[in-house]
Design a protein around this ligand. Sequence first.
Ligand code: SAM
Length: 272
Amino acid sequence: MLHITEKEFKELSEYMKCYYGIYLKPEKKSLVMGRLQNVLSQGHFDSFSSYFEYIYSDQSGEAVKTLINKLTTNHTFFMREADHFIYFKDKVLPYLSSVEASKKDLRIWSAGCSSGEEPYTLVMIMADYFGDRKGLWDTKILATDISTKVLEKAIQGVYSKENISVLPKHWQFNYFNRLNDREYIISDTIKKEVIFRRFNLNSATFPFKNKFHVIFCRNVMIYFDSETKRKLINKFYEMTEPGGYLFIGHSESISRGEVGYKYIMPAVYRKE
Ligand SMILES: C[S@@+](CC[C@H](N)C(=O)[O-])C[C@H]1O[C@@H](n2cnc3c(N)ncnc32)[C@H](O)[C@@H]1O
């Protein structure tokens, strides 16, 4: 096993923080070393430093994509922090469907969507909510992540039987097709409602034309340093429609007075 020196770990941490806002805690050193072993051995690198040189010089961008795929934590599951989905269905959708009744255009962003469980759940909730009226509304969701590996999985939309077992039976029945004994694929009706894109939340500017009615960015900022988090929340605020919502993870928080969002309930904020 190739060992990462203190200096090399510091270099990698600074790189991840500078470009992706991701803070690699010193105690993550062994984890990082383990996650990158295969990449180093497959590329025949004799040290972490020579691997970094390769990343810096690679013009194709593929080397850095692999690094990101290895170093991001993508753990997610259907119905995670389910109270948010209940609030979205019971409070957010009735509000939005009344204020947007004439335009019928909802803009929802799942930022740090991982393998798609969160955006697909939002689509299924909206399919139920709008029912026969769904065709009259544009409710496409933007779902972004920095990891190409999870985005590929999300686009495939294949989940294990066990993964989807927590979903209401009528969703399992109506919105998934059986692939084999173990796996199910999300139906095209639901899939076509999500636009998956690679996007770095640490980008200096956000290239979105319109503001969002709802932003979900749950369990993403826990990996960021405080300055990146502060800047990101300010950008989210700019990108939220007045009356719109921001959902973050339950283990995350926004300091009072840090931005204009008003606290609604644990991990839910609103722009007044
Ligand atoms: C733990 S998952 C959260 C998934 C889902 N939102 C949830 O709550 O279950 C965090 C995701 O954030 C993504 N991420 C980390 N840094 C990012 C960045 N700078 N830009 C965009 N996505 C990032 C990771 O790739 C990962 O898929």
